[in-house]
Design a protein around this ligand. Structure first.
Ligand code: ATP
Length: 249
C-alpha cells in the first residue's frame, strides 16, 4: 500500500533557475514583459526595486500562483506548465510576504506540515529540531497557535516551514518587512547559512537593500517589470547613481 511516507521526496540540493521570456499581466498591459533571469545553484540573488516594480509578481509567477507565459527551468526540468503544488514537490519553496503560516495550527504543527512531503519518522523529527535550533523563540512557543505569534515569530515560522522541506530553490518576498533589526540580521544569517552550508539557491525580494546585498552574491534591480541592473552585490551596493535612480536612497 502506498503511504504518505512512501511519497517522501529525496533530499534536495541547490537547483539552477533559468527564466526565459516570462510575461505576466493582470488583464491590462503586462507587468513583466519577456523577462530573462538565471540563478546558479547555491547562489543568493537579491531582487530589488521600488514599490510596484514587479518583484512579487515575478515570485508568484515562478510559484505558479499567477498565469504566465515563457519558460521556467529548474535544473533541466521545465516547470512552467506545472501547478503550484507540483512545483513545491520539485523543491521550489516560496515564502510569501504577509501571513503565510496557518493561524489555527500550532508552531509545531506548522513545521510538521512543511516537512510532510520531504521527511518521515526520525528524519522529520530531526528537520523540525533543526528549525528550533535556528529559531530559539519558536522552540519556546512550539505549542502556540500561529495567530498568537508576533510578526517576527510568524516570519521565522514561515521561513522555518520552508526550510524543513529542504528546498532546492527558496524564493522569499520581503521577509524583513516590519521586523526589528536584530531579527532581520538573524533571518539574513539563516538564509546565508542555508545557501552556504546546504547549497540552497535563494531568490530574495527585498526593500531592505542593504540587508539583502549584505548576504547576496548578486543583485538584480527591477524597474517597471524590466531588469535594469544585474551585478555583483558589492558593485550594486557601491553604485550610488543606480541606488538614487531606482532604489530611492
Ligand atoms: P512592492 O515592493 O510594493 O510589494 P512589487 O515590486 O512587489 O512592489 P508587484 O506587487 O509585483 O510589485 O506589482 C507590480 C505591478 O502589478 C504594480 O503596478 C501593481 O499595481 C500591479 N499588480 C500587482 N498585483 C495585481 C493584481 N492582483 N491585479 C492587478 N494589478 C496588480
Amino acid at each position: 500500500m502506498n503511504t504518505l511516507a512512501d511519497a517522501a521526496a529525496p533530499a534536495a540540493v541547490g537547483a539552477s533557475l533559468r527564466v526565459r521570456g516570462l510575461t505576466v499581466g493582470y488583464g491590462g498591459a503586462p507587468v513583466l514583459a519577456g523577462l530573462d533571469l538565471a540563478l546558479a545553484p547555491g547562489e543568493i540573488v537579491a531582487l530589488l526595486g521600488a514599490n510596484g516594480a514587479g518583484k512579487t509578481t515575478l515570485l508568484r509567477a515562478l510559484a505558479g500562483l499567477v498565469p504566465a507565459t515563457g519558460s521556467v527551468r529548474l535544473d533541466d526540468a521545465e516547470i512552467a506548465g506545472l501547478r503550484t503544488e507540483q512545483r513545491a514537490r520539485r523543491a521550489f519553496a516560496l515564502v510569501p510576504d504577509g501571513q503565510s503560516v496557518v493561524a489555527e495550527l500550532t508552531v509545531d504543527e506548522n513545521l510538521r506540515l512543511g516537512a510532510l512531503w520531504r521527511h518521515r519518522g526520525a528524519a522529520r523529527e530531526r528537520a523540525v529540531a533543526e528549525v528550533y535550533d535556528l529559531f530559539e523563540p519558536l522552540a519556546r512557543r512550539r505549542g502556540s497557535a500561529g495567530h498568537q505569534l508576533s510578526g517576527g515569530e510568524r516570519q521565522m515560522l514561515a521561513l522555518g516551514r520552508a526550510l524543513v522541506a529542504e528546498p532546492a530553490l527558496l524564493a522569499l518576498d520581503e521577509p524583513s518587512l516590519g521586523l526589528a533589526p536584530l531579527v532581520v540580521a538573524h533571518l539574513m544569517s539563516v538564509l546565508q547559512d542555508a545557501a552556504r552550508r546546504r547549497g540552497v539557491t535563494v531568490l530574495l525580494a527585498e526593500q531592505n537593500v542593504t540587508g539583502a546585498l549584505s548576504i547576496a552574491d548578486r543583485g538584480v534591480v527591477l524597474d517597471l517589470g524590466r531588469i535594469v541592473a544585474d551585478a555583483p552585490a558589492a558593485a550594486l551596493a557601491a553604485d550610488t547613481s543606480l541606488r538614487h535612480a531606482y532604489l530611492g536612497f
